[in-house]
Design a protein around this ligand. Structure first.
Ligand code: ZN
Length: 236
C-alpha cells in the first residue's frame, strides 16, 4: 500500500490486479482509499482524486462532525450551570475505557477509540450526575409545593423527560441536565402534579397552572428540547 497527497487530500492506494477501473472510497476508519487497476498511471490517479475533491472534503467533514458527536470535547450541563472539558489519554494494554472527574476535567483513558465503550462510560457518569443533582432538586421542589412523592429514579429514557406512577414513584431523565434550569424544573413540577392527578385531565392542567403559570410555553419547549441532548447521551 502506498500513500499520496494531492493538495490537502491524503489518500492511500491499493493495487488491485482484477480491478477494471479506478475506485474511490471515503470511510471514517480509513479515510480516502483508491483502488488502482494494474498498470494504471499514478499521475492519472492524482487527477482522478483532484476531480472529486469537493465530495471528498464534504465526506471528511461530515465524519469529523459525527466523531465530535460521539467523542465530545466538552460537556455542558446547563441545568446545573456546570461545564467540563474532556481530555483523551491513550493508555496501552488497558482493555475497556475509564473516566476520572478531576475538577472541571473529564479524563478519559483506555480504549476510547471504541465509541460504544466511550459513550457508555460517559452515560454512566451522566447518570451519576443525575442522581447527585436531580434527586435533591426534586426534593426541594416537592417541599416547596407541598407535593410529596414516594421514590425518585433517574433513568436514560429516549423520549420521555419524566414520569410518575400510581405509587408516586417519579422517574426523571438524566438528560434533563442538558436543558435550561427552568425547563428541568418544569418537568419536576409537572411530574409532582401527577401525584394528585395521574392523567392529563383538565383538573391536572388546572392544578399545574396554579403551580406554574407559564406551563403552556414550558410544556411546548420541552417537546423540542430533545435536540439539545448530544448524540452520545441519547443512546441506550
Ligand atoms: Zn404528564
Amino acid at each position: 500500500m502506498r500513500v499520496r497527497k494531492v493538495g490537502s487530500i491524503t489518500y492511500s492506494i491499493k493495487d488491485h490486479w482484477n480491478a477494471k477501473q479506478v475506485r474511490l472510497r471515503v470511510t471514517p476508519e480509513r479515510g480516502v482509499e483508491v483502488t488502482r487497476p494494474k498498470g494504471f498511471p499514478l499521475r492519472e490517479i492524482d487527477k482522478f482524486v483532484r476531480s472529486h475533491r469537493e465530495g471528498i472534503e464534504e465526506a471528511l467533514e461530515a465524519y469529523e462532525e459525527q466523531r465530535q458527536d460521539l467523542a465530545p470535547d466538552d460537556v455542558v450541563l446547563h441545568a446545573i450551570g456546570q461545564k467540563w472539558t474532556v481530555t483523551y489519554n491513550p493508555e496501552s494494554n488497558s482493555p475497556g475505557c475509564s473516566l476520572h472527574e478531576n475538577g472541571d476535567e473529564l479524563r478519559i483513558s483506555g480504549d476510547y477509540e471504541n465509541t460504544d465503550l466511550l459513550t457508555e462510560v460517559l452515560r454512566m457518569w451522566l447518570s451519576g450526575k443525575g442522581r447527585q443533582h436531580l434527586v435533591p432538586w426534586l426534593n426541594t421542589v416537592s417541599d416547596e409545593l407541598d407535593l410529596p412523592y414516594a421514590m425518585a429514579i433517574v433513568r436514560g429514557q429516549k423520549t420521555r423527560w419524566g414520569s410518575c406512577s400510581g405509587r408516586k414513584t417519579i422517574s426523571l431523565n438524566r438528560n434533563l441536565l442538558f436543558l435550561d434550569p427552568s425547563l428541568a424544573r418544569y418537568v419536576m413540577v409537572h411530574e409532582l402534579s401527577h401525584t394528585e392527578h395521574l392523567d392529563h385531565s383538565v383538573a391536572f392542567w388546572n392544578r399545574l397552572g396554579e403551580l406554574e403559570p407559564n406551563y403552556l410555553s414550558l410544556d411546548k419547549a420541552t417537546k423540542s428540547a430533545h435536540d439539545l441532548v448530544p448524540t452520545w447521551a441519547r443512546m441506550e
